[in-house]
Structure formats: C-alpha cells, structure tokens
Design a protein around this ligand. Structure first.
Ligand code: IPM
Ligand code: MN
Length: 355
C-alpha cells in the first residue's frame, strides 16, 4: 500500500518522540512492503514563531490531503504565564480538531502485566485493566460561544453547548466499539446539575436501543473520577463529553504507571489524527529522556484504524510489549540505568526488523 502520512511534531518533546514513531513506521513499511511517505507540517508554538499562526493553512491542507496525521505535542511555557496572549499554541490543536471534524478521541487504557508495580495504585487494583475512553472532541465548553470577558475585564465566561446530533454520533461510535468488546458502556456526565448532561443521557438512551446487547449505565463525573482509581476494572467503554474526557483520561493514564504509555486516535469526518495523550513536557525537551512508547503505540492505532492493517498494528504492539519485558525503559519507568528516547525507538524498530 502507498501510505501518505502527515507528520506534525509540534513543540517540546514532540520532535524526539515522533522520530521514534517514524523509525517504527519505516520498519513496518519495509517488513510488510508498504511505500511510506512522510510530509512534515508546522503546528503549535513553533508555527507561531515561524509564521505567526499556530495552524498555518498549508498544514491544514497537508492534513486533509494525507491518509493519516501523526502528531507529537503542543504547548510552550512561554505562553502559559501570559493570560493576555492573543495567539497561543493550543489554538492550533483545537482548530485542527474542528477543521478536520475530529469529533471522537479514542484513548485505550491497558496495563502491561510487567509494569503493574509502576502504578502508584495497588497491584490488585490495576491488574488486568483494559478500558477505552471515548472523549467527545469538537463540542462542549471548549468551543461553545460566547466565550470571553466583560468590558471591565472583571467577569469571564465559557459556554458549554451540545446539540443532540453531536451526542448521537459519538455515542453511536462508542456503542459500535462496545459491541466488539463486552457490550458494556458507561456514559459519564453531570446530569444532576447540567442541562447538556441531561441531553447526553436522554440521547444516549435512545441510541442504545438501536444496539441489541448493549449494556449501558450512567455515572456522574465526580463519582467516575473516584471509581477510576478505586475499581477501574468495572469499566470497559466509557463515553463522555469534551472536558470530562480531558480530565478523566489523564487520571486513567496513572493506572498504567506512566502517561508516556498512552496512545490516542482522533477520528471523525476527515483524515484521522494519532497522538500520545501526554503533552509537550517542556522540561524534558531535547534531553532524549521522554518515553516514546505512547507515540509508537499511536502509530499502531494508525495502522489498525486508518489503514485496516491489523498485522502491522500487532507487530508494533508486540515489539513494544517485548521492549517493556526486556526492561528497555525510559526514566519515567526505570530509575536506574534507564534507556534514552532514541534507544527505545531503535530497539523497537530493530525488533520489528528481526521478527
Ligand atoms: C489533550 C490536551 C489538550 C486538550 C490541550 C493541549 C488543548 O490536554 O489533548 O488532552 O485539552 O484537549
Ligand atoms: Mn488533556
């Protein structure tokens, strides 16, 4: 197959972790006879520095004309402490999600048996956790209007808005996924307080009726935050709105022992985008210490979801699993004698080549 991949490394550790995913993808291309083309685009702080725009139009065009987008991370501390900045890197990511219609963010959380002691939670709690968080990505309080400040600057407002079609399409997607798993799906909301959450519940109940065998339950987000660490094994597929999903997926990443292990796929109306869930980790940028596995596993999701190349995806997953078993781990998972970012990437690519 000819695979045209847009590569947006972005900021912070983005370039170095993306480099490792590219090695992996090229190794897969070679082994399974695919013709891989990478084309790079600017996004985030680096795009602001070079063009004044966190998502230059050429980057968007590149994404639209590619088969998939591989994305690193976005964000730079120089913008974090300036609440008045008009242009910030994160706008690039949000604009990209909106423009590509990426309404669903799929975040699988699965513990690796050989890493259960790395989680701050007890082994009995995290052992065997295997859940998928589906986060709505183009609606809710992230995009609702009005958003802004009063004239005197002393009041600020964000608006949480959802239309039933936005809820329908994401809940449908979550139900389809749940049908391939145990059929169990939990809708997380705050229906005891929020009107949007009541619309979510009402709509989700209707969608569930169309799927025979779906077992849907509902949970308030505050309780879900607690259950995720008390009893994560009770969850299989979780579907939730944009901001709840943002918060809960970071929390869920702790179950696996490191945020550096969690991949994600953003899918919707146009080209899908694959990215690690961790951010730009600026303190580690350029040090060759960040964990590249979340990005490498995002590449596995790309093969499976965008190209329907399941064997290729599995080959990546297997090599990641083997690298973990072999103790080829970055410092987030190994205090003494850790491997560097590029050593992990080289090991994984080499394993693919040899097996
Ligand atoms: C994420 C990130 C983004 C979000 C930021 C960088 C805008 O935290 O992908 O989870 O809030 O969605
Ligand atoms: Mn987040």
């Amino acid at each position: 197959m000819n695979l045209n991949i847009a590569v947006l490394s972005g900021d912070g550790i983005g370039p170095e972790i993306i480099e490792q995913a590219k090695k992996t993808i090229l190794a897969i291309g070679k082994k399974f006879n695919h013709n891989i083309t990478f084309k790079t685009g600017l996004v985030g702080a680096i795009a602001i520095d070079k063009t004044g725009n966190p998502l230059p139009p050429e980057t968007l065009e590149l994404c639209k004309s590619s088969d998939a987008v591989l994305f690193g991370a976005i964000g730079d501390p120089k913008y974090d402490n300036d609440p008045k900045a008009k242009v910030i890197p994160e706008q690039g990511l949000l604009a990209m999600r909106k423009e590509l219609g990426l309404f669903a963010n799929v975040r699988p959380v699965k513990t690796f048996a050989s890493l259960v002691d790395k989680s701050p939670l007890k082994k009995e709690i995290v052992n065997g956790v295997d859940l998928v968080m589906i986060r709505e990505l183009t609606g809710g309080i992230y995009f609702g209007k009005p958003q802004g400040r009063s004239e005197d600057g002393k009041t600020a407002y964000d608006t949480c808005v959802y239309s039933s079609f936005e809820v329908e399409r994401i809940v449908r997607m979550a139900c389809e996924l749940a049908m391939k798993r145990s059929g169990k799906i939990t809708v997380v909301d705050k229906a005891n307080v929020l009107a949007t959450s009541r619309l979510w519940r009402e709509t989700a109940v209707e969608i569930a009726k169309k799927f025979q065998g779906i077992k849907m339950d509902f949970m308030f987000v505050d309780n879900a935050a607690m259950q995720l660490i008390l009893n994560p094994g009770r969850f299989d597929v979780i579907v939730t709105e944009n901001m709840f999903g943002d918060i809960l997926s970071d929390e869920a990443s702790v179950l696996t022992g490191s945020m550096g292990l969690l991949p994600s796929a953003s899918v919707g109306l146009s080209t899908s985008l694959y990215e690690p869930i961790h951010g730009s980790y600026p303190q580690a940028a350029g040090k060759n210490i960040a964990n590249p596995l979340a990005t490498i596993l995002s590449a596995a999701m790309m093969f499976e979801m965008s190209f329907s190349l399941m064997k290729e995806g599995k080959a990546i997953r297997d090599s990641v699993e083997e690298s973990i078993k072999a103790g080829i781990l970055t410092e987030d998972l190994k205090k003494e004698n850790p491997s560097s970012t590029s050593e992990v990437g080289d090991w994984v690519a080499e394993y693919i080549r040899k097996n």
